[in-house]
Design a protein around this ligand. Structure first.
Ligand SMILES: Cc1cc2nc3c(=O)[nH]c(=O)nc-3n(C[C@H](O)[C@H](O)[C@H](O)COP(=O)(O)OP(=O)(O)OC[C@H]3O[C@@H](n4cnc5c(N)ncnc54)[C@H](O)[C@@H]3O)c2cc1C
Length: 607
C-alpha cells in the first residue's frame, strides 16, 4: 500500500458506466424516437436500448473491470508448445460474456446474434473499453471478422463459421502486418497456392496479431491477407483468406489442427492482457473470402469497423481516467485556495480549489462528453447507411461515415492518450505509481494511436481520399450540416453565446479546405504537411458542433422547467470547451497554411 492510501478508501481504479449520459444523447440530443418506424431500428425502442446498456454496464463493472489490473500484471503467457494462456479470470469472464449474448449483441439473429442495431454494440463498446481495453479486444476483433465474412464470404464459409463466431464461441483475428510490411500493404509477401479442391495453402509470417493465440475459445479464425501465386504486384494482387486454427470436422466441431502456429508473443508497453502474436503459416489450409485479388476492399469492412472500435478505445480510456482523477481531486488535500483557505478547519484544501487542477479535469471532461455525442451520432449514422429505406438518405449517411471515421480514429485516440496523461498528472506522484492504476491507462492508451493505421495515416486518408471523393460531396454536406444548424438557431438569444466559437471554427475549417484545394494538388507534400492539423481542426469543429447540439437540448429542457445539476453542469462544460479548447482551430489553420516548404527543406543527412 502506498504511503497516502489512508487518504482514500482504495487506490484501485473504479469505473461507473455513463449510461444516463449515453441515453440522454441518444434520446434527447439526437431524437432517437424519429426512428420508431424505421426497419431495423424499430426492434430496438429506447427502453430496450436503455435496458441493454444498463445490463451491459453492470456486467463490465462487476465482471470485466476487476480483471483490468490483474491482466496488466500477469499478462499473457506462451508455453513451449506455442499455446497462450490469458491472465487469471479472463477465461471465466469471457465465458460469461458469450453466455450473456454480449459478443453477438448486434449480430445477425440468423447466426445466433441478438439482432440489435450496430450502434448499440458501439455504445456498449465504450463501457467495455473503459473497463478493460485488453479484454475488450477479444470480442471486438471477432465482431469485425464476422462483419467481413458476412459481407464477402461465400455461402459455404458463412454456414460453417458465422454462427460460432457471431456468438463468440469461436473468436476472430485480423492478419495484415508482416515484418517488412505495416502501413504499406502492397508489400505483403504471404503466399496462397491453390490446392485444386477450392482451398489454398497459405505460407508466410504475420506479426503483431492481436488475440492471435489464446485460451478463451476452442477455435480461432484468422482472416489473412495473402497473395495468390502469380498475382500482380502491389495492393491490386492481394486476396483475403479465412484460415482456422482447427479445421472444422464433418459436424462443424473441432477437427484437425491446421498448420498455423504462434511463434512468440510480444512484450509490450500496454494492453498486456491481450496477446500480440507472431503467427507462422506453413502451408495452412485457407479459403478465399470474396474475389481473388480483391482482398483489400473485403478486409476494409473489418478495418473500418475496427477504426471506429479503436476510436472508442480512446474515449473509453479518457472516461475511466477522468472518473478516477476526479475522485482523487475530491479527496486529496494539498495547499490552500489562492483566495484564502476554503476549509480553514482542515489541514489543507482539496485539490479541486486549484484552477490548474480544474483545467486538467475540465479539458478531459469537455472532450469526453462531446466525443460520446459524436460517437452516438456516427454509430447511428452507421445503421442509417445500412437500414434506411431511402437510397439518398443511405448515401448521405455513407458519406458522413466515410468522412468522419478517420477523424474519430485519429482525434479520439490522440485525446485518449493525452487525457490519460492529464488524469495521471492530477494524481501527482501517485499517478506514476502502478498501484493507483493511472499509469496503466497511459500505457494502454498509447497503442490506439498506432494500430489500425497510425493517426498520421488516418489524416492522409482524410485529406487524400475522403475530401476529394465524389467532388467533395461529403465535406460539403458536413459544412451544410453545421452552417444549417447555425442559421436555424441564429435568433435564439439563449443559445447565441454558445455558438460564436463554433461559427469561427467552421470558418477555419472552410478556409483550410480551400487552402488544400488550392495548394494540395500543385504540391502533394502540401497536402501531407497539412493533413494532421486538418484532421484535428475538423475533429474540434465536430466536437464544437456536438456541444452546440447538447446546449440547445439542455436549454430547451430548462425552459420546460427541468433543471438538474447534471444539466446545469453541461452548460458550464460547454462554455469551457468554447472558451479554452475550440479556439485551437485557429492555430491548426495557421500551422497548416504554412505549407510543406520548411518541413521538407532539410536534406536526409541533416537529420
Ligand atoms: C500491440 C499491437 C497490436 C497490433 N494488432 C494488429 C493486428 O491485430 N493485426 C494486424 O494486421 N496488425 C496489427 N498491428 C500492427 C499495426 O497495425 C502496425 O504497427 C501499424 O499499422 C503501423 O505499421 P508499422 O508498425 O509497420 O509502421 P510503419 O508502417 O513502418 O510506419 C512507421 C511510421 O511512418 C509513418 N508512415 C508510414 N507510411 C507512411 C505514409 N505513406 N505516409 C505518411 N506516413 C507514413 C507511420 O505513420 C509511422 O509513424 C498491431 C501492432 C501493435 C503494436
Amino acid at each position: 500500500m502506498a504511503r497516502f492510501c489512508f487518504l482514500l478508501e482504495t487506490t484501485m481504479p473504479t469505473y461507473k458506466a455513463p449510461v444516463s449520459d449515453t441515453v440522454f444523447l441518444l434520446s434527447d440530443v439526437f431524437g432517437y424516437a424519429r426512428y420508431a418506424n424505421a426497419p431495423g431500428f424499430s426492434e430496438a425502442p429506447l427502453d430496450v436500448v436503455e435496458a441493454v446498456l444498463s445490463e451491459g454496464a453492470k456486467f463490465v463493472e462487476q465482471v470485466v473491470q476487476p480483471l483490468n489490473r490483474i491482466g496488466d500484471i500477469e499478462g499473457c503467457k506462451r508455453g513451449d508448445d506455442g499455446a497462450v494462456t490469458t491472465p487469471k479470470g479472463f477465461k471465466e469472464a469471457y465465458k460469461r460474456l458469450v453466455e450473456g449474448g454480449w459478443v453477438g449483441l448486434s449480430g445477425d439473429p440468423a447466426y445466433g446474434g441478438q439482432g440489435l442495431p450496430s450502434f448499440v454494440g458501439a455504445l456498449f463498446g465504450e463501457y467495455e473499453c473503459s473497463a478493460n481495453i485488453a479484454f475488450s479486444m477479444y470480442p471486438g476483433l471477432t465482431r469485425g471478422a464476422v462483419a467481413a465474412l458476412a459481407a464477402h464470404g461465400g455461402d459455404e464459409l458463412k454456414a460453417r463459421y458465422l454462427s460460432k463466431m457471431t456468438t463468440g464461441e469461436w473468436s476472430g483475428t485480423m492478419n495484415l502486418t508482416e515484418p517488412h510490411c505495416g502501413t504499406d500493404l502492397g508489400l505483403i509477401k504471404t503466399k496462397a497456392v491453390p490446392q485444386g479442391d477450392g482451398s489454398y495453402a497459405i505460407t508466410g509470417q504475420k506479426i503483431f496479431i492481436s488475440a492471435g493465440e489464446h485460451d478463451l475459445t476452442d477455435n480461432i479464425i484468422h482472416l489473412v491477407l495473402a497473395r495468390i501465386e502469380g498475382a500482380p504486384a502491389g495492393v491490386k494482387g492481394i486476396s483475403l483468406f479465412l484460415v482456422p486454427k482447427f479445421l472444422p470436422d464433418a459436424d462443424g466441431g473441432i477437427g484437425e489442427r491446421n498448420a498455423v502456429a504462434c511463434g512468440s508473443i510480444e512484450h509490450k508497453m500496454g494492453i498486456h492482457g491481450n496477446s500480440t502474436a507472431v503467427l507462422n503459416y506453413d502451408g495452412a489450409k485457407g479459403w478465399l473470402v470474396g474475389e481473388a485479388h480483391r482482398g483489400l476492399p473485403a478486409m476494409f469492412v473489418m478495418m473500418n469497423g475496427a477504426r471506429l472500435g479503436v476510436a472508442v478505445q480512446g474515449l473509453g480510456l479518457s472516461e475511466v481516467a477522468y472518473q478516477n482523477a476526479a475522485a482523487y481531486a475530491k479527496e486529496r488535500r494539498q495547499g490552500r485556495s489562492l483566495k484564502g483557505a476554503a476549509e480553514p478547519d482542515k489541514s489543507a484544501d482539496l485539490l479541486l480549489v486549484h484552477p490548474d487542477v480544474r483545467r486538467m479535469l475540465l479539458e478531459i471532461r469537455a472532450f469526453n462528453e462531446a466525443a460520446r455525442a459524436l460517437l452516438v451520432w456516427i454509430a447511428v449514422t452507421q445503421d442509417e447507411a445500412r437500414l434506411l429505406p431511402d437510397a439518398k438518405m443511405r448515401a448521405a449517411a455513407e458519406d458522413r461515415l466515410g468522412l468522419v471515421t478517420p477523424v474519430l480514429k485519429g482525434v479520439f485516440t490522440d485525446y485518449g492518450f493525452a487525457n490519460a496523461v492529464k488524469a495521471q498528472q492530477v494524481l501527482g506522484g501517485h499517478g506514476y505509481i502502478a498501484e493507483w492504476g493511472m499509469e496503466q491507462f497511459v500505457r494502454d492508451a498509447r497503442i490506439a494511436m498506432i494500430y489500425e493505421g497510425t493517426n498520421g495515416v488516418q489524416a492522409l486518408d482524410l485529406v487524400g481520399r475522403k475530401l476529394p471523393k465524389d467532388g467533395g460531396r461529403a465535406i460539403m454536406a458536413f459544412f451544410g450540416e453545421i452552417s444549417g444548424f447555425l442559421a436555424a438557431n441564429k435568433d435564439d438569444a439563449a443559445l447565441a453565446p454558445y455558438l460564436g466559437a463554433l461559427k469561427a471554427s467552421l470558418g477555419h475549417l472552410q478556409q483550410a479546405t480551400l487552402w488544400l484545394q488550392a495548394n494540395g494538388l500543385k504540391d502533394p507534400d502540401n497536402a501531407g504537411a497539412a493533413s494532421y492539423d486538418y484532421m484535428h481542426l475538423m475533429g474540434l469543429t465536430a466536437l464544437g458542433y456536438m456541444w452546440a447540439r447538447i446546449v440547445k437540448t439542455v436549454l430547451a429542457k430548462q425552459t420546460a422547467g427541468e433543471s438538474t445539476p447534471d444539466l446545469d453542469a453541461k452548460l458550464v462544460v460547454a462554455k469551457f470547451f468554447n472558451e479554452r479548447m475550440l479556439p485551437e482551430t485557429s492555430a491548426h489553420l495557421a500551422r497548416l497554411s504554412a505549407g510543406a516548404q520548411t518541413l521538407m527543406a532539410l536534406p536526409a543527412e541533416a537529420f
